[in-house]
Design a protein around this ligand. Structure first.
Ligand code: SAM
Length: 285
């Protein structure tokens, strides 16, 4: 079933950056030919500190709270969810929101720098001590313990997996970490519109006014390369895998989820009647 939801949010705050040590790295490295960078592990090199810090400064959390509304919280509460694993913690926006709403929350991410930023943000936004765990989705069960009522993977994060094998592996890991009647929530950009030319490559996404813009610089069936421009004219890029909506739904079904509802979310722009984001809610039982 494909349902429609009208909601305005400020988009996807990009997260942090390079591995092992916390750096002040401000330059991204896509090598000589950025269009050949199609690698699941490259996200750690894309979320450099300058990009993440700028994003967190410009997209203020209060505005994001207000615009996102209670959609995810209501979906979780309606299902009696008590424990949540946030697998794409990033700078911590959803984890903090969940903790504030009383959910027992564990915050995982593959980037240690992101987790450090999320932990600091937890303290900054309400004095919350987030329970952070460093874990890659492909080996989630190795590094995170227990089972959860819900897993969330939000902010167009699943798009960082570049091979079908990685996507299946990650979904299987999510499935295994859910209780028998657990729910998985994944959101994604509407890549179908981009791939099918419904937006053209001139489409510009505006985040919270016109402070930050995101433009698809290059798109093919295996790569969506976006350019992010900030008010000081600085530019950053993300290379992502353009997930087609039906493909993600099929993968979820194949991994074992019994019911999948997909919501169209009119997030950042108001052009036409195409949603900019989809939200998949997959139930295990
Ligand atoms: N959910 C947050 C939000 O909406 O603000 C952050 C989203 S950010 C676009 C994507 C996050 O996914 C990053 O923090 C990145 O480190 C993480 N990530 C990407 N691929 C991953 C993987 N294979 N395993 C674990 N984390 C991963």
């Amino acid at each position: 079933r494909v349902l429609t939801l009208r909601r305005r949010a400020c988009g996807t705050p990009p997260p942090n950056d390079r591995s092992r040590i916390i750096t002040t790295q401000d330059r991204q490295d896509f090598g000589e030919d950025p269009l050949t960078v199609r690698d699941t592990d490259h996200y750690k090199d894309e979320y450099v500190t300058g990009f993440v810090e700028k994003w967190d400064d410009l997209i203020d959390w209060k505005a994001r709270y207000a615009s996102e509304g209670r959609f995810f919280i209501d979906q979780l509460k309606e299902r009696g969810v008590k424990t949540v694993l946030d697998v794409a913690t990033g700078t911590g926006f959803h984890s903090v929101r969940l903790v504030e709403e009383g959910f027992e929350t564990v915050s995982a991410d593959g980037s240690p720098e992101m987790l450090a930023k999320a932990f600091a943000n937890g303290l900054k936004h309400g004095g919350h001590i987030l329970r952070v765990v460093h874990a890659d989705w492909r080996w989630l069960n190795r590094d995170v313990h227990g089972t959860y009522d819900a897993i969330i993977c939000l902010g167009n994060s699943f798009t960082h997996l570049f091979s079908a094998r990685d996507r299946r592996k990650a979904l299987a890991e999510f499935y295994a970490m859910l209780k028998h009647d657990g729910v998985l929530i994944i959101d994604q950009r509407n890549y179908d519109a981009l791939l099918d030319g419904d937006y053209g490559n001139k489409h510009v996404y505006y985040y919270c006014g016109d402070d930050v813009t995101a433009e698809p610089e290059y798109v093919d069936e295996g790569l969506a390369r976006f350019r992010y421009t900030f008010p000081d004219k600085s530019r950053y890029h993300l290379n992502m895998f353009p997930l087609r909506k039906e493909y993600v739904r099929r993968l979820m079904r194949e991994v074992g989820f019994q019911r999948i509802d997909t919501y169209g979310d009119f997030q950042e722009t108001y052009h036409g009647d195409q949603p900019d984001f989809y939200i998949h809610i997959a139930e295990k039982a």
